[in-house]
Write a protein that binds this ligand. Structure first.
Ligand code: ADP
Ligand code: MG
Length: 399
């Protein structure tokens, strides 16, 4: 169902309640909270700029960390307000309360084009409980609601969903729109061959995604620790590699499903194995089709698999990647993930990266600019790829 976009909202002179994802990583340095990666804040700038240009009063709400429903100044959004001020070159009023007199007074003094940020919505237990009275109190601060917090859209909380029941119109922001365009729209009828690279630590995390994409994909390239649960299902030796013993049957079922649907489901033909997980480890490649050596652990795909997978990637028209194919955080085990990332970057078709660690990997290799789209959501992008309806999207006004 198409949803109302912020682009089609009349906001001049109106108070726009804008939910953003400001859940940024921070560090304590000399008793000060320092934002170590402001990507999420920057990603919200286009929507804030659009609203300001059109003469709205922009009232931002966001969560930060897990204060568990109580005021805890360790999780105050005040440093984010200061940072946003410097990014916008325009003051950002900070409301130390989320609802009530404090924000009401600040908002009453706002001019068109001004920006305010409410304190962490998770300082109230009612936020995560999606309590109606709290959602209504939030809604009373604005005339219209815009949700641009894709990273929190899989949560049905007061500020991500409940609020829309008490306000006239609810629209998606530009970031939300872009995420839905690539993770949903583009994958509805993808240009073929449609190739999916799946890796990461657990099969159990990705079952929903595998089953959902099995309906559309032509080829799966499997890597990461999850490959070894499939090895187990096929009776291939796994050594000390990570295997989810309780998911072996499921792996078997997935292999059967792929066969029945004529979907090519490729597993590594060789692996990098090690006896030590460390930055100075000296892994070796396993023999082709021999599985993993007893007493050794597979930590990356091997050179033959890299070559095979690169050729598959080069032939694809649409590539979706979720989950690194090795322990890329350690240099000796990062080869496979880097080689595939380079192959995806070189593909002139549509290339979409979703999922927290895969995105980190692509950025680490300096290849982010060369992908068609990189999702900002971890859990939210996985749920969308599973074909689930996100509460934060469902709550928006239909057009
Ligand atoms: P994403 O966040 O992209 O969805 P996951 O969270 O599923 O990815 O998995 C990422 C993690 O999987 C990384 O921290 C990586 O070190 C780990 N990983 C990848 N391959 C292996 C492996 N062979 N053995 C153990 N861990 C692995
Ligand atoms: Mg992850």
């Amino acid at each position: 169902m198409p949803k109302l976009s912020v682009r089609n909202l009349d906001v001049r002179g109106k108070r726009v309640l804008l939910r953003v994802d400001f859940n940024v990583p921070t560090e304590e340095r000399d008793g000060r909270t320092v934002i170590t990666d402001d990507t999420r804040i920057r990603e919200s700038l286009p929507t804030i700029a659009l609203l300001r240009e059109r003469g709205a009063k922009v009232i931002l709400m966001a969560h930060f960390g897990r204060p568990k429903g109580a005021v805890n100044l360790k999780y105050t959004l005040r440093p984010v307000a200061d940072h946003l001020h410097s990014l916008l070159g325009h003051p950002v009023s900070f409301s130390s309360d989320v609802v009530g007199k404090v924000p009401e007074q600040i908002i009453a003094h706002m001019q068109d084009g001004d920006v305010a940020l409410l304190e962490n919505v998770r300082f109230h237990a009612e936020e995560e409980a999606n309590e109606a009275g709290f959602a209504q109190a939030l809604a009373s601060l604005g005339d219209v609601y815009v949700n641009d917090a894709f990273g929190a859209a899989h949560r049905g909380h007061a500020s991500t969903a409940g609020v829309s029941k008490f306000i006239g119109q609810s629209a998606m922001g530009l970031l939300m729109e872009k995420e839905l365009k690539y993770l949903q729209g583009e994958l509805e009828a993808p240009a073929k061959p449609f190739l999916v690279i799946l890796g990461g630590s657990k099969v159990s995390d990705k079952i929903g995604v595998i089953k959902s994409l099995m309906e559309k994909a032509d080829v799966f390239l499997i890597g990461g620790a999850m490959a070894y649960t499939f090895f187990k299902a096929l009776g291939i030796p796994t050594g000390n590699s990570r295997v989810e013993a309780d998911k072996v049957n499921l792996a078997h079922e997935i292999l059967g499903l792929a066969k029945a649907k004529g979907v090519r489901f490729l597993l590594p033909v060789d692996n990098l194995e090690t006896q030590e997980i460390s930055a100075t480890a000296q892994p070796r490649a396993t023999a082709e089709n021999g599985g993993v050596t007893e007493g050794w652990e597979a930590v990356d795909i091997g050179p033959k698999t890299i070559a095979l997978y690169q050729a598959e990637i080069a032939a694809a028209k649409t590539v979706l990647w979720n989950g690194p194919v090795g322990i890329f955080e350690l240099a000796p085990f990062a080869n496979g993930t880097q080689a595939l990332a380079e192959a995806v970057a070189a593909n002139p078709g549509t290339t979409i990266i979703g999922g927290g660690d895969s995105v980190t990997a692509v950025k680490k290799f300096g290849l982010a600019d060369r992908m068609t789209f990189i999702s900002t959501g971890g859990g939210a992008s996985l749920e969308l790829l599973e074909g689930r309806t996100l509460p934060g999207v469902a709550a928006l006004t239909e057009v």
